[in-house]
Design a protein around this ligand. Structure first.
Ligand code: HEM
Ligand SMILES: Nc1nc2c(c(=O)[nH]1)N[C@H]1C(S)=C(S)[C@@H](COP(=O)(O)O)O[C@H]1N2
Ligand SMILES: [Mo]
Length: 911
């Protein structure tokens, strides 16, 4: 049998007249016996391997109330668009320290909406189609992609077209959020070359484009875009469908289980969660292809762009290949260099990349604003992979030896005499690629703020024997950077010298129109709104939020909001001024008068800004809780319930005082962090009886620090305060109240309920426990309850003894059943529907998979709800729909349950 190398040599010789030719696909990874695996011998190890990586396993608190409650993430990432959708970059220093390859958990993320839920067991059957102008349309599963196609591996840098956009936003707010310079990352991607797939589908003659579509459903349809078919068919371009990053299956944020990766082009073309390849004669007509990832002419301002659709339809303004770009990572922003102890040389370092497979051929650094330049030393880590032939890496053939194109960033460094740095005002860097494309000095501002690549400038301040370095900006809302400083001081950032006056030089202002003041209020509106009114609208039903002291009702725009409903819901009841102003364009701001409903009154504004004052009352009050002010209570005792759970017993003001908390409602606890002095507020539902006098008991799960992550702020602080110390409480809060005998209030409106269907996990039992107990203790209450309580181990079931007692004393109304896995059958079965039951779902004994899943099917839920536990506890109250046969008899239409309301309770998610 000929070896792979022999066959390759033959192939190469055959096609000698063609430009760089790839080896033909001659084996698939599986049966290539002569192929070596990386690590077989020592000399081959001279390639950059992925940095150490710890895949996050826990869902962060902030993500729990969002549609991304199934996505574990790294808490180091800087969020650029509030809580949701998830758009983030790593701190530049952390990113740079990872080296040539970025770990998946620090790799930047750009999600236009919620991350699709994909269960591990469904991955092999993930199917995508190849359709459109093809003779042989295909449906391919991931399983087939692995077994029937050759898999390859190579390193690729992805860059969001918005990388460095914050700089544009400081000059004039664009229609896009504020990326710092870390919207770029590199990984070894493993998958199948897209050409191999498209070839099998046999494109027709008139085919010109490959459109791609993801599984993420967004306000304007599924995410999709296109690239040219001839690029896909060009092996030099290396366009692939990837299922692995750095040898691991794709993580949910990066497209699990399958994505396109288009090397050398902006990240926006690399469609994640790929479902469709559509071969067409025209570029994609997907909304996101047209209204995203474009550089419109600089004079098209947001207003003009909104008015005149034609600007967006012009394919010439669509971005494909990246342009040359670079940034300085060392020195970092705010780094200082003590001149007394500094060595002779300081090594400045950074990254540079270009697009279209073009190599970075120079990186130049200037210490005199571009009058003179010196070369940085470029390290082409990517080239090290080219030295290896016929190697397997992560289940794919390392397909680099023949390839001349550059798909990755390179790192550069330069030693500079500290004496010189001391004299310099700044360091600027610019990169050039093999087509002599060079970064410009001046910014090209455009409506979407994309492809920002002027010289990267770090200002130097010589202060008290130290040099302090200042980057242009900090990502998102983070303050800092010379751009903001210069702008605040009245400098014109576009004058050709970064807004600073340079001696002997005429400033040459370039054309960027001054931003317009956008009026966001409605004329003739004189409604004053109090903070209490505002807080009543802190949920998903009618979310109000505050910008610059004005109150807006986002309800009518939940569906149409380009940022998705969740981003508005996350802002409900809060002052979102900074976030709102940082995210939105002038166009978005101009829409605001329509949603303006009034102004927050003076004292409410103060409360929003400073927090509520705590009053020390002199008279003996009979009820402890006051919804307008904080009251002190003393920590009386801590009882350990399990290794991570305690009952904190708080002493009220006097023995005869009752807490004053209606069943089903919560209270807020406020505490100064003993370490940081920061004020922390969280909501809890006590487990003590609502009628208990003098004390209130709160069950709390303590989230301690682990090697991987910081623990819960509140629970750590609570655990740290000594008995006898005070905390402050305020309340009640919550939109649900149980009055008894099936009567409740929802947002103050009376409702009658025949059955409660309650889902919780871990310490999320507490609010549910209150309601369950109220029902069980009243023998005359006919309401039935189904409780699904997800836990890992029997020992983890909180309040288990009480639950057991309820079951024992209410044989007809309540049964406690413990089983390792709730099977669908048992839940959907008629017995389940009619018998009130408490289920405790447990993972398999010894199973470490976390979080365990509860799968719930319910008559009022059209599809089974898949809820990871521990979860944001949810209480679903329902009026039971009539049984199917009754419906058939009466001939009425099968109506869904008349009332189904998921209420989010605080508790489990309170770190
Ligand atoms: C009714 C009030 C609102 C209106 C009229 C509105 C309008 C818009 C518009 C037009 C966009 C598209 C981008 C742009 O033109 O700037 C957008 C995007 C967005 N908005 Fe809003 N918005 C509202 C409330 C909010 C609130 C309260 C938040 C949260 C603080 C928010 C967060 C976002 C996010 C995260 C994006 C998407 C960013 C991206 O993925 O590109 N919006 N909004
Ligand atoms: N389906 C889908 N694909 C997508 C996006 C998206 O929101 N949905 N965002 C795009 C953009 S703009 C970028 S920059 C890259 C980011 O990839 P990453 O999040 O893995 O870094 O994904 C692209 N592919
Ligand atoms: Mo992007």
């Amino acid at each position: 049998m000929a070896t792979v190398t022999e066959i390759q040599t033959v192939t190469m010789r055959k096609s000698v007249e063609l430009p760089p030719t790839p080896p033909e696909t001659i084996f698939d990874g599986g049966d290539a016996t002569s192929v070596k695996s990386i690590g077989d011998s020592k000399e081959q190890l001279d390639i950059p391997l992925p940095p150490p990586s710890t895949t996050p396993t826990e869902v962060l608190d902030v993500d729990k109330p969002t549609p991304d409650a199934h996505v574990p993430r790294d808490s180091r990432l800087i969020r650029l668009t509030g809580v949701h959708p998830f758009n983030c970059e790593a701190p530049l220093t952390d990113l740079f320290k990872e080296g040539f390859l970025t770990s998946p958990e620090l790799f930047y993320v750009r999600n236009h909406g919620p991350v699709p839920v994909v269960q591990d067991e469904d991955i092999p059957d993930w199917e995508f189609s190849v359709e459109g102008l093809v003779a042989n349309p295909l449906k391919i599963t991931l399983k087939e992609l692995l077994s029937e196609y050759e898999n390859v591996t190579y390193p690729i840098t992805l860059v969001c077209a918005g990388n460095r956009r914050k700089e544009q936003n400081v000059v004039r707010k664009s229609k896009g959020f504020s990326w710092g310079p870390a919207g770029v990352s590199t990984a070894l991607f493993t998958g199948v070359v897209m050409k191999d797939i498209v070839e099998r589908a046999k494109p027709l003659r008139k085919a010109r484009y490959v459109c791609m579509e993801g599984a993420d459903k967004l306000p304007n349809g599924y995410y999709g875009t296109s690239v040219k078919l001839n690029w896909v068919m060009d092996p030099n371009r290396g366009i692939m469908l990837a299922h692995k990053m750095n040898g691991e299956s794709l993580t949910p944020d990066h497209g699990k289980p399958l994505r396109a990766v288009i090397p050398g082009q902006i990240g926006g073309r690399s469609v994640k969660w790929l479902k469709k390849l559509i071969i067409t004669a025209e570029p994609s007509d997907n909304w996101y292809h047209i209204y995203d990832n474009r550089v419109l002419p600089t004079m098209v301002d947001p207003d003009e762009a909104a008015k005149n659709k034609d600007w967006w339809m012009d394919e010439r303004y669509a971005i494909y290949d990246l342009s040359p770009n670079s940034a300085i990572a060392v020195p970092a922003h705010d780094e200082t260099l003590d001149l007394a102890t500094a060595p002779e040389y300081y090594t400045i370092q950074g990254y540079a990349y270009s697009g279209g497979g073009r190599r970075i051929t120079r990186v130049q650094i200037s210490l005199d604003q571009g009058k003179s330049w010196r070369f940085g030393n470029i390290e082409y880590a990517e080239d090290k992979y080219r030295a290896l032939e016929d190697n397997q890496l992560f289940g794919g053939r390392l397909d680099m030896d023949w390839r001349e194109t550059c798909f990755c960033w390179s790192f550069w460094k330069l030693n500079i005499l500290v004496e010189e740095l001391k004299e310099a005002k700044d360091i600027v860097v610019r990169a050039m690629d093999e087509s002599m494309n060079i970064q410009p000095r001046d910014m090209y501002w455009s409506v979407l703020g994309m492809m920002n690549n002027p010289w990267f400038r770090v200002a130097i301040h010589n202060e008290n024997g130290k040099l302090r370095f200042e980057h242009p900006t900090q990502p998102a809302l983070m303050p800092g950077g010379w751009m903001e400083r210069v702008k605040k001081a009245g400098g014109n950032l576009t004058n050709g010298s970064w807004g600073e006056r340079i001696e002997g030089k005429q400033s040459e202002a370039i054309e960027v129109e001054a931003p317009k003041e956008i009026k966001m209020t409605k004329d003739g509106l004189d409604r004053e709104i109090t903070i209490d009114e505002l807080r009543k609208h802190d949920g998903s039903e009618s979310p109000w939020f505050v910008v610059n002291g004005e109150v807006y009702d986002g309800t009518a725009f939940l569906e149409g909001h380009p940022g998705g409903a969740q981003s508005i819901i996350s802002a409900a009841g809060l002052d979102s001024t900074d976030e709102f102003m940082a995210i939105h364009s002038e166009t978005a701001k101009a829409m605001m008068p329509d949603y303006h409903i009034g102004s927050l009154d003076e004292s409410s504004r103060r409360i929003l800004a400073e927090g509520e004052p705590s009053v020390e009352s002199s008279e003996l009050r009979s009820v402890f809780l006051d919804s307008r002010s904080w009251t002190k209570s003393i920590l009386h005792s801590k009882t350990t319930v399990s290794w991570d759970t305690r009952i904190f017993s708080f002493r009220l003001e006097h023995d005869d005082q009752s807490l004053g908390l209606p069943t089903g409602q919560h209270l807020m606890i406020r505490l100064k962090d003993p370490v940081t002095r920061e004020s922390i507020i969280r909501s809890y539902t006590p487990i003590s009886e609502t009628t208990k006098k003098g004390y209130c008991d709160v069950l709390i799960k303590v989230y301690a620090d682990t090697k991987e992550r910081a623990g819960g702020k509140m629970t750590k602080a609570l655990d740290a305060i000594p008995v006898g110390h005070f905390v402050e409480m305020k309340g009640p809060i919550g939109k649900f109240e149980y009055i008894g005998k099936g009567n409740c209030l929802i947002n103050g409106k009376p409702k009658h309920v025949k059955k409660f269907f309650m889902v919780c996990g871990g310490s999320g039992i507490t609010p549910i426990f209150q309601v369950l107990r109220a029902v069980m203790q009243d023998k005359a209450d006919p309401t039935t309850c189904v409780v699904l309580d997800g836990n890992r181990l029997i020992e983890d079931i909180l309040c288990k003894e009480d639950l057991d007692v309820f079951a024992r004393d209410n044989v007809d109304r309540c049964r406690l059943r413990t089983q390792h896995q709730v099977e669908h059958d048992s839940i959907t079965s008629p017995t389940f529907q009619t018998h009130p039951t408490i289920h405790s779902t447990l993972s398999q004994p010894g199973e470490t998979a976390f979080p365990p899943r509860i799968s719930v099917a319910h008559p009022s839920a059209p599809n089974p709800l898949i809820i990871p536990a521990p979860i944001q506890p949810t209480l679903i109250s329902t009026l039971l729909a009539p049984p199917p046969n009754a419906r058939a008899l009466s001939g009425s239409l099968p109506t869904p349950a008349t009332h189904r309301l998921p209420l989010h309770f605080p508790g489990a998610a309170n770190m």
